[in-house]
Design a binder for this molecule. Structure first.
Ligand code: GLA
Length: 752
């Protein structure tokens, strides 16, 4: 068993292959956080903590005159509130008698085989089958081990029940333990069993109190067309936080955080990763306290959040995926990649090669008809492309972005044919058909809005703000979800549609749910996210053969929650190969490469006007689910030859790219960016390098490889030259002399 309880020391230890996570039922029944890090032998780690009166940190009520036990200094597993702990709050609650208090004490625990599910929320699963429909309530699923696939790690669930010292108010902590993967998930259930309703206006899914605060934080920040730029900074005293109030996880701050020791690098040092399996407003807080301890919490953003907990109501908090690596950031990413790829993504497309697609957005924008798409499909098929995706503009009245959203009827007049005919004619060219939809939105200039103006978010008596000239349909309401579900089904039932790009093109504002009474409006934002998940669950269950690609103006909702429904997400609307290097680099810390939607687009690039070689655009798009987004009929014969070659290469490398070990070999500030894929067997490897600045009379550029077998020999595909694994890793590979801007190289090795 990975989870053990030691009756003598009252410690609960979770041991994965390389890590230990330990808690202790401490003085007065407070559940203490003892330790998280490198695997240890199992002794009670509470010897690291000193009980003393530090002044101005009140003792717990039931400790009487014992001055040494203060919740302000104790390392807790879930923080208490208004009973003497002044650090970042966890669950904030006001009981029916008006008192603000939460004083959590241990009641019981249970260790079970299998992985818990969270009602209505995405979460990692354990059986490996990845079938949609797994979330059937907050239950433990015991039928693991039946799936096909590579690693079939078992999972265990640890459930710890905590109760307020006075009130019948319970918090159940859930831990999902993947021993083989060094992954622990956390979530919690909050329940009021008092007669009177309690009001909760802040809730976290997890909290950890580390005993030392000497850490750096990595956050992944940005804006539209520049998402997830990795930023590392030193944590100082006080609170450091990131979050989103945009209704989505956002372009601005991704719900993924790394804490690491100051000396941690790619291959050495301790680091912790926390990925929120949630797609709405969130808050991640780190507080370095007066005693130089560090509290990390992750939860739903408390702004505009208020939940009425009537007697018996259980509120389920979303899951956080946690991992620790004592061998640097590379290992940390690899652990998360595997966990998300194999135990979070689901359905037919979670593994195996995804179709190479061509999307008409940057080729035509709104200006196309059916014949134009068929001609793109014809050219694309000749080059080996496998799917045409018809992007925005095919429905309702939509020749620009000010109208049409919500009217999911094909515009046959514009297309010049029915959707069914278009699908069939594209298929005749030898490629499959995919479609773009933006189901969560409505334009005021649409039939839907005329019929149901009240379905869009708007505050009473106020005109709602438009984003990209559109309003947001309140998916928190059943009537709205039902319409959207039927609309999507009617499109998907039109013909052989094998892919949907599910877009969401604005931040949400004016949140107000018309079905809820005034006192429950604090749930409106969360209910939207739950509604979205319910809708996605219904669609993915009904159409298991359809590949879903998530999108929100590129990567505005690139999070672990969405990966449960869509195994790939359009990474950014910035398709410039050079800026993409930074975006994809940042994304790679927390998310698998198989999730990164990436395309080759035209030059000069439509977002920043940069010109890059076609080969380089191909190299960069091959660090993801490969595709094209340009007018192929405008390409020269020479370029078409290059495209054909890229497609052949991608087919050859795709298993390495999607499921191999991924290594970052350089940082954005260097003169080149480099990354590498290595097969599980270490017998094949693909090294990718993009020069980001050209220099005259340049000194030799050497890139050191990773992950090879030191004692094996590897042959470089193009030159036939043989190197030993150890020389490539310790000496490195000498790149050709750079010439011209933004050259790139793909160097492929096979073990001899
Ligand atoms: C968003 C997407 C783009 C494209 C447009 C269409 O911006 O990220 O890829 O689909 O919408 O309107």
């Amino acid at each position: 068993m990975a989870v053990n309880y030691d009756e003598n020391t009252k410690t609960i230890s979770i041991n994965t292959q390389n890590t230990t996570y330990q808690m202790k039922i401490g003085p007065y029944g407070v559940l203490l956080h003892n330790y998280y890090g490198e695997r240890i032998s199992g002794e009670d780690m509470s010897y690291l903590f000193r009980y003393e009166d530090i002044g101005f940190s009140p003792a717990m009520g039931d400790a009487g005159m014992n001055r040494t036990v203060s919740l302000d200094t104790m390392p807790q597993e879930m923080p208490s509130f208004n009973v003497g702990d002044y650090r970042a709050e966890g669950i904030r609650v006001q009981h029916g008698d008006g008192s603000y208090a939460l004083d959590l004490r241990y009641v019981s625990h249970e260790i079970m085989d299998g992985k818990y599910c969270l009602e209505g929320l995405p979460a990692m699963y354990a059986d490996g089958t990845g079938e949609p429909g797994a979330s059937e309530g907050n239950v433990v699923k015991e039928d693991f081990g039946k799936g096909k696939g590579r690693s079939r790690g078992k999972a265990e669930t640890l459930k710890i029940v905590l109760k307020d010292r006075v009130k019948e108010f319970f918090v159940t902590l859930l831990y999902g333990v993947y021993e083989e993967l060094d992954i622990i998930t956390r979530a919690c259930l909050i329940e009021n069993r008092e007669e009177e309703t309690a009001v909760m206006d802040k809730a976290v899914s997890m909290s950890i109190d580390f005993l030392t605060a000497d850490m750096d934080i990595y956050t992944f920040n940005g804006r539209h067309t520049m998402e997830r730029e990795a930023e590392r900074r030193r944590l100082g005293k006080g609170v450091t936080s990131i979050g989103s109030l945009r209704g989505t996880s956002s372009h601005q701050h991704n719900p993924f955080v790394i804490l690491c020791e100051p000396e941690t690098g790619e291959e050495h040092g301790g680091c912790y990763g926390f990925a929120y399996v949630y797609s709405g407003n969130f808050l991640a807080e780190v507080e370095c306290s007066q005693m130089e301890m560090l509290r990390f919490t992750m939860g739903i953003h408390p702004s505009r959040f208020k939940v009425l907990l009537e007697k018996g109501r259980v509120f389920t908090m979303p899951e956080v995926i946690m991992t620790y690596s004592g061998k640097g950031l590379g290992r940390l990413s690899s652990q998360l990649h595997r966990a998300m790829r194999e135990y979070l993504c689901r359905g037919k497309f979670k593994s195996g090669r995804r179709p190479i697609l061509i999307n008409n957005w940057e080729a035509t924008y709104f200006d196309f008809n059916g014949e134009k798409l068929i001609s793109i499909a014809e050219e694309a098929a000749k080059l080996g492309i496998e799917m045409l995706v018809m992007d925005d503009g095919w429905f309702g009245k939509r020749d620009f972005d000010e109208s049409g959203l919500g009217d999911w009827f094909p515009n046959e007049e514009k297309l010049g044919m029915s959707l069914h005919e278009l699908i069939e004619r594209v298929k005749e060219k030898g490629i499959s058909f995919g479609i773009w939809m933006e189901p969560e939105m409505v334009n005021e200039d649409s039939r839907l809005y005329k019929e149901h103006p009240d379905w869009a978010f708007a505050l009473p008596g106020r005109e709602p703000g438009r984003g990209r000239c559109q309003l947001v349909l309140d998916l928190g309401r059943e009537c709205v979800r039902e319409y959207v579900y039927q609309a999507i089904c009617s499109i998907l039932d039109t013909g052989d549609i094998t892919y949907v790009k599910w877009d969401m093109n604005r931040s949400i504002s004016d949140v107000y749910n018309r079905d809820l009474p005034p006192e429950q409006q604090g749930e409106a934002g969360h209910r939207y996210v739950l509604g979205l998940y319910e809708l996605l669950e219904r669609i993915t269950s009904k159409y298991p053969d359809v590949l879903l690609e998530g999108c929100s103006g590129g990567g505005g909702r690139f999070d672990a929650g969405m990966l449960y429904y869509s195994p790939q997400i359009w990474c950014s609307d910035d398709t410039d190969a050079i800026e993409r290097l930074k975006i994809q680099y940042g994304t790679s810390f927390g998310y698998p490469i198989s999730a990164v939607g990436s395309h080759v687009s035209a030059c000069p690039n439509h977002q920043n006007g940069r010109i890059t070689p076609l080969h380089t655009r191909g190299t960069v798009a091959m660090a993801g689910t490969f595709g094209y987004e340009l007018d192929i009929s405008k390409m020269t014969e020479e370029d078409k030859k290059e495209v054909k070659k890229q497609i052949e290469d991608y087919k050859k490398y795709s298993d390495l790219i999607q499921e191999g070990e991924y290594y970052r070999l350089a940082k954005p500030e260097e003169i080149f960016m480099a990354w590498q894929f290595v097969s599980d067997e270490k017998d094949r490897s693909l090294v990718n390098v993009v020069m980001t600045s050209a220099r005259a009379n340049s000194p030799g550029c050497i890139v050191k490889l990773k992950g090879l077998e030191p004692g094996s020999d590897y042959r470089e595909d193009e030159t036939g030259k043989v190197y030993s694994g150890s020389s490539l890793m310790h000496g490195g590979y000498l790149l050709p002399k750079e010439m011209g801007e933004y050259q790139s190289y793909q160097i492929y090795f096979e073990r001899v």
